[in-house]
Design a protein around this ligand. Structure first.
Ligand SMILES: [Zn+2]
Ligand SMILES: [Zn+2]
Length: 264
């Protein structure tokens, strides 16, 4: 049976956590955080305003889904702590508030009413997981936009499908995004479209980042080089690259299509 767990990221932490990559935790959570478990990242209410710029909202919220990879003992800790490798991280572009219409999305067992939120790691049921996922923009994206099936596929990969997929998780990693833009600039590498040139100040800084290396099933986390493994594309070109589920175009193929289209 699939397990679903909420993991909390604190603004101030004693751990050397890295969002979407590594999650440290005390031994008592070992039974929840096993390999393959689906997790949702959670941040509690903001306590210190100096963190405002580093968060999506001051309210308690969920901000991404992922899975637990290998779990190891933390040798740097003298308290017998553990850490889990985080795989398939997919951040939400906008937060899912923990409390909606006066009700928490997580159902709190009566036995835990007083101290439920004290636990940073909380097991939830499938229904709750699906509810939070459905409220996220990842769900929107999958439902309304056929252009980035990579998202859906990298998610279902966890559910036993074995095929070569292009993962968009890297495309949503802000650090990698920034680096890719640093190298490649803000002009579409397919068609040359530049948002600032066409839309002025309003379009400045806008571009999609596409990850060009496929991930095969079973392959773990890998190093991504934003210069060689990522390209910048306008949304049209990005959509065309992901047009068909069974095959993702590479940049050269896209450029050939653009050059060979019949002029009317
Ligand atoms: Zn383009
Ligand atoms: Zn892409």
């Amino acid at each position: 049976m699939m397990k679903y767990v909420i993991i909390t990221e604190n603004d101030v932490s004693q751990w050397k956590d890295s969002t979407g990559r590594e999650y440290h935790f005390p031994k008592r959570y070992l039974k929840y955080l096993t390999k393959g478990t689906s997790v949702i990242y959670y941040k509690g209410l903001m306590k210190d305003r100096s963190f405002a710029s580093k968060r999506m909202t001051a309210s308690a919220h969920y901000f991404g889904i992922a899975q637990i990879g290998d779990v190891k003992q933390d040798n740097d800790s003298d308290k017998n702590d553990y850490y889990a490798e985080i795989v398939n991280f997919r951040p939400f572009s906008s937060p899912v508030l923990a409390k909606q219409d006066g009700q928490f999305l997580e159902s709190i067992p009566t036995s835990k009413i007083k101290n439920y939120w004290r636990d940073g790691v909380r097991e939830i049921n499938e229904e709750c997981f699906k509810k939070i996922f459905s409220l996220s923009d990842l769900n929107d994206f999958d439902a309304t936009n056929d252009s980035d099936q990579g998202d859906l596929e990298s998610y279902s990969r966890s559910e036993g499908k074995s095929k070569l997929v292009y993962s968009t998780k890297y495309e949503r990693d802000n650090t990698l995004r920034d680096k890719a833009i640093e190298y490649h600039g803000l002009t579409c590498m397919g068609c040359g479209f530049n948002f600032e040139k066409v839309y002025g100040e309003w379009g400045a800084g806008f571009i999609h980042v596409h990850h060009t290396k496929p991930l095969s099933n079973g392959e773990g986390e890998r190093e991504v080089n934003p210069r060689t493994d990522m390209v910048v594309l306008c949304p049209n070109c990005h959509s065309m690259i992901h047009r068909r589920k069974n095959r993702t175009l590479n940049l050269d193929e896209l450029i050939i299509l653009l050059k060979t289209k019949t002029p009317n």
